[in-house]
Write a protein that binds this ligand. Structure first.
Ligand SMILES: [Zn+2]
Length: 246
């Protein structure tokens, strides 16, 4: 049966509502072109971009990170055409305290493989936990992922993720906490970078946790079936210092 034209139009509008100007991880709208696709993406040509290859670091006595994530109903699960993401529009996901600043968890999502490299090593996946302070400072926590045991939080997400791009969905009766994506230790690398996808906004302070978490091979394969390669290549440091907690 043919879909009524108005429904097709609505669906198209919803799909494209994610980003004003479409972009991709490869091809003519791929990463090397992002900065020219839309004036609002001009930061993609900036000098403090993410991801990076973490090689030379400066070891310092940096303060510990403190996570106060909370379990909350899974309200805003979305396949946005680039990744699987959980949004928090109401700060219900809890807080991160980092370098003297309190941030609220705004969303988390996944990439395969990982984006930031560590001494050239690329992990199987990465979870990006994104945060914002009351005065709109942005902080990202990157949790590297290797193959191993299944992750219970990811199981809940994958059980309910849409196989195709679509709007945010509420999943009744399911609660998740981003704490389920944290490793047991929070030693970290930190540097100033950007969102790693358009609009590539800079002034994001990144914390790349040194200790990875595990997903099962099946969990990694389930994500790879949807998004086998949703990463941006590493960007030049341009003199930026990467600090490492002791
Ligand atoms: Zn990301």
């Amino acid at each position: 049966m043919r879909k009524p034209a108005v429904l097709v139009l609505l669906a198209t509008a919803m799909v494209h509502a994610q980003w004003k100007t479409p972009w991709a991880y490869n091809g003519p709208t791929g990463p090397e072109h992002w900065g020219d696709l839309d004036p609002e993406y001009a930061a993609c040509k900036g000098r403090a971009q993410s991801p990076v290859d973490i090689r030379a670091t400066v070891k310092e006595n940096l303060p510990l990170l403190a996570f106060q994530y909370k379990s909350a109903p899974l309200k805003y699960l979305i396949n946005n055409g680039k990744t699987i993401r959980v949004n928090y529009h109401d700060a219900s996901g809890g807080d991160l305290f980092a370098l003297g600043v309190r941030y609220h968890l705004t969303q988390f999502h996944f990439h395969r493989p990982a984006e930031d490299l560590v001494n050239g090593k690329q992990y199987e996946m990465v979870a990006h936990l994104m945060h914002e302070s009351d005065d709109k400072k942005a902080a990202g926590v990157a949790v590297l992922i290797r193959a191993g045991h299944a992750n219970e939080t990811v199981r809940k997400l994958w059980d309910h993720m849409s196989p195709a791009e679509g709007p945010e969905r509420e999943i009744p009766g399911v609660e998740v906490t981003a704490a389920g994506l944290l490793p047991p230790e929070f030693a970290y690398y930190t540097y100033r970078g950007s969102l790693s996808a358009p609009p590539c906004t800079e002034d994001v302070v990144w914390f790349v946790l040194k200790t990875p978490i595990e997903l099962s091979r099946q969990q990694i394969a389930a994500f790879a079936k949807l998004y086998p390669d949703d990463i941006r290549p590493v960007q030049p440091l341009n003199g930026r210092i990467i600090r490492e907690s002791k």
